[in-house]
Design a protein around this ligand. Sequence first.
Ligand SMILES: [Zn+2]
Ligand SMILES: [Zn+2]
Length: 270
Amino acid sequence: MRQNLHTHTTFCDGKNTAEEMVLAALEQGLDSLGFSGHSPLEGECWAMEEAAVGRYRREVLALREKYAGKMEVFLGLEQDILSPLPEEPWDYLIGSVHMLEREGERFSVDESAETFRRGVERWFGGDPLAFAEAYYRQVGAVAEKTGCQIVGHVDLVCKFNEGNCLFDTGHPRYRAAVTEALERLAGSGAILEINTGAMSRGYRTAPYPEAWTLKRANELGLPICITSDAHSTGHLTYAFDQAAHLAQSCGYQESMYLTRAGFVPGPLVP
Ligand SMILES: [Zn+2]
Ligand SMILES: [Zn+2]
């Protein structure tokens, strides 16, 4: 089974239409594709407009019909923890933390290194580990709050931190924060994604999450799936081999796949 459940289209901040993504997925040998448009979040241009959600649902469901027998299409949503909970039924949700909130003000976790530094100064007294701790408190709650089946890019706070240039991911405070979040997620039965999106867009040379975090997740019994957080047709299976290799090196032997009957385990490398 070759599948990607984390994809974006022109309904939010993706570059291609949903049908272009289906056609590219067919060409690239996928047999199933899940759409995970960003849940509406007022004032954020990367999220879907509230008014677009109905059209998004209709279009994805129409593609499911049109390509039946060739491509299994799933209707999903990347549910931000700060978005209102969706009322409609979805095949699956990816629960993600993209922003933190303080005193009614939202600030981004993953916009740029500069935004991260500004957030650290303004809200955390110049202590980047305090930012990371606040981030992981939210991540730990994401499955309970959103009801998601998949947790999106669990260490997104490391997006601009390669080489530990912003904070030390080996620090006991960092590792305690990660562990606490993973323990809570393990209790909720959520699946972690290994996400190559930041690699495809040139921000990182390795997938999310970092090896230490993934090993810890494996020890805690958290299952995984492999996605590319694709925002264009060219990135639908970006670095999937590297993601599978990372999973293997962290002790994983299988990956989870969504079927009409729910999530089932399958091979790491299909
Ligand atoms: Zn995301
Ligand atoms: Zn995404």
